[in-house]
Design a protein around this ligand. Structure first.
Ligand SMILES: Nc1nc2c(c(=O)[nH]1)N[C@H]1C(S)=C(S)[C@@H](COP(=O)(O)O)O[C@H]1N2
Ligand SMILES: [Mo]
Length: 335
């Protein structure tokens, strides 16, 4: 219901005001550490040509050194050109900070993402609450360049930094009853203006879920960065999910809880409008949204004169890797 219809094509992607306001901040303090974060000890992540005016998000020291040690996973990265950094950090869906595409980049800049802790709960041998630094400690970070296809029929290519969710889950010993994984975003109306007010948009906190085999799939990523740096708050800092073959709303941001469950979790968009947003939400050009076609998408950056409309691929182009997870399932019924 509330996810908006595909945007009309905009005349241009204009750098919004907060980016300019942030420029001074960037010049004053963040520049040094950002340059450091991008120089890359192993030199495996290319020094991206980022818009000089756009803010960088170096993240805490412990994360910077992990990011610097990261290398690109070429085999699991698309060769398509990533969207310009400024698009990735200013065209966002993060309803906790408002429903406009630029609300998150305007309103999330002071969102406190360090220290951060994550609870691992449910059907695991070793439940507990862990500081993010400890939770990530054994995991090496790699870069993966993925397509992100929003259910609103726009898409972009994003160079994420992260590690496979499956590697993390294995450490906590899923029990034989673990059939699904549920993820929860932070609930904090003080910091997240979209969660407050009488007419709230969604039932908070935001919850998403995966079937266990989807969660263990090597493409399923826990991201802590993009474009070689830490995640910006508007992109779900400090810790988010990225499931590239599913509509973007499955890729839940700013996770504070991961629970392994026996039954299918109740998830935010599915609960809000079950006829429009399924639990599976695999990208599928043959199953239209009740209010618009899913056959094509607007690949960002796009403009009035170059709208850049492309065909949507089944499973967002990851069918060779993931279609077998759904063999025998009617994907019209399980949309
Ligand atoms: N907690 C939370 N996670 C969320 C959302 C949200 O509103 N809240 N929006 C989703 C949607 S609809 C999309 S398309 C992606 C967008 O990710 P990006 O802003 O990093 O491109 O985040 C997803 N994760
Ligand atoms: Mo989305």
């Amino acid at each position: 219901m509330l996810i908006k219809k595909p945007d009309p094509i905009k005349a241009s992607e204009i750098t919004p005001e907060p980016i300019y306001r942030n420029r001074r901040l960037f010049m004053q303090g963040l520049a040094g550490s950002a340059a450091l974060a991008l120089s890359g000890g192993a030199a495996a992540i290319p020094a991206y040509d980022l818009d000089a005016d756009a803010p960088r998000y170096p993240g805490p020291d412990w994360l910077q050194s992990k990011l610097r040690a990261g290398a690109r996973n070429e085999a699991l990265s698309t060769a398509e050109k990533p969207a310009p950094y400024v698009n990735v950090i200013t065209h966002n869906n993060f309803y906790e900070f408002g429903t406009g595409k630029q609300d998150p980049s305007r309103k999330a800049q002071n969102f406190k993402t360090d220290p951060w802790s994550v609870e691992i709960a449910g059907e695991v041998d070793k439940p507990g609450t862990y500081a993010l630094e400890d939770l990530l400690q054994p995991h090496g970070i790699e870069e993966r360049i993925y397509r992100l296809r929003c259910v609103e029929a726009w898409s972009m290519v994003i160079p994420w930094m992260g590690f496979p969710l499956g590697d993390l889950l294995k450490r906590f010993g899923p029990t034989s009853r673990a059939k699904y994984v549920a993820f929860t975003t932070l609930l904090d109306p003080e910091q997240m203006p979209g969660q407050g007010g009488f007419f709230s948009t969604l039932d908070w906190p935001y919850v998403e879920g995966l079937r266990m085999d989807e969660a263990m799939h090597p493409l399923t990523l826990l991201a802590v960065g993009l474009y070689g740096n830490a995640l910006p708050p508007q992109n779900g800092a400090p810790f988010r999910l990225v499931v590239p073959w599913k509509y973007g709303f499955k890729s839940i941001k700013s996770i504070v809880r991961i629970e392994l469950t026996e039954s299918m979790p109740v998830t935010t968009w599915n609960q809000t409008a079950p006829n429009e947003y399924g639990f599976y939400a695999n990208v599928n050009p043959e199953v239209d949204h009740p209010r618009w076609s899913q056959a094509t998408e607007r690949r960002l950056p796009s403009s009035l004169f170059s709208p850049n409309i492309i065909d949507t691929k089944p499973f967002n182009g990851y069918g060779d890797q993931v279609a077998s997870l759904y063999s025998g399932m009617d994907l019209r019924k399980w949309f």
